[in-house]
Design a binder for this molecule. Structure first.
Ligand code: ADE
Length: 226
């Protein structure tokens, strides 16, 4: 899978991409992430990428030309993407089924806006999907882009050590995950539930299922409605 991130702040995204699962996905060849500085595609001599909003108001808006030129350069080099995704608080709220579907694509372009966002004409003509990572406002799309990259990277074949572990994640079947314990068996007077040390896998599975249901009912009853 190839992901291109278009941003005015490449430093924010570059370092996190080198570590953990996303880093491993890239060294295994399952994922290639390319980061593009939108300023490199500015058309004027001051390399201006944003401007005042028509109609007035606070905040700057990312200009259309550099963003579109950058997307065109990526498309010329790597072919047309499966989706051009704009990260924005007014997009579709990201949930696991969407992540699963995106993880099957071969090529995504992610556009990061900042402050007042990007010119609407880019959204109308180039963007194919708008994604929000939650009902709160961040100062730019860079952290949301990293969230999306992480969520799809860990689903690429061969990336997680244990192929079944992604399938048992919270949300994969609409339930939250069961509690997890490791050694020591007793920690400051708190013991690991005996069933987990019983070696009886049918009982362990039944216990985990019951825990998942109970936790989901307590914390996220809306998931059970779905
Ligand atoms: N940009 C700013 N806030 C955001 C959010 N919550 N989700 C996606 N992109 C954003």
């Amino acid at each position: 899978m190839r992901i291109d991130i278009v941003t005015a702040l490449p430093d924010i995204v570059e370092e996190p991409l080198r570590h953990s699962i996303v880093g491993r996905a890239q060294s295994k060849g399952a994922l290639a992430v390319h980061v593009h500085d939108v300023r490199d595609y500015a058309t004027d001599k001051h390399r201006q990428i944003d401007d005042y909003p028509f109609g007035g108001g606070a905040g700057m808006v990312l200009k259309p030309e550099p963003l579109v030129r950058c997307v065109e350069a990526i498309t010329a080099a790597a072919g047309a993407p499966d989706a051009v995704i704009y990260l924005t608080p007014d997009g579709e709220r990201l949930q696991q089924p969407r992540v699963n579907h995106l993880s099957t694509h071969e090529h995504l372009i992610l556009l990061c806006g900042h402050y007042k966002g990007i010119d609407q004409r880019v959204r109308d003509t180039v963007v194919t999907l708008e994604v929000s990572i939650g009902d709160y406002v961040l100062s730019g799309g860079e952290l949301p882009a990293l969230v999306l990259v992480d969520a799809v990277a860990r689903l690429q074949p061969g990336v997680l050590g244990d192929a079944s572990s992604a399938l048992t994640d919270s949300f994969q079947d609409g339930l939250l995950d069961a509690p997890a314990y490791t050694r020591p068996a007793s920690f400051r007077g708190h013991d690991v539930p005996a069933v987990l040390r019983s070696g009886d896998h049918a009982r362990i599975d039944a216990w985990r299922d019951a825990q998942r249901l109970e936790k989901t009912r307590a914390r996220r009853p809306d998931l059970l409605d779905d």
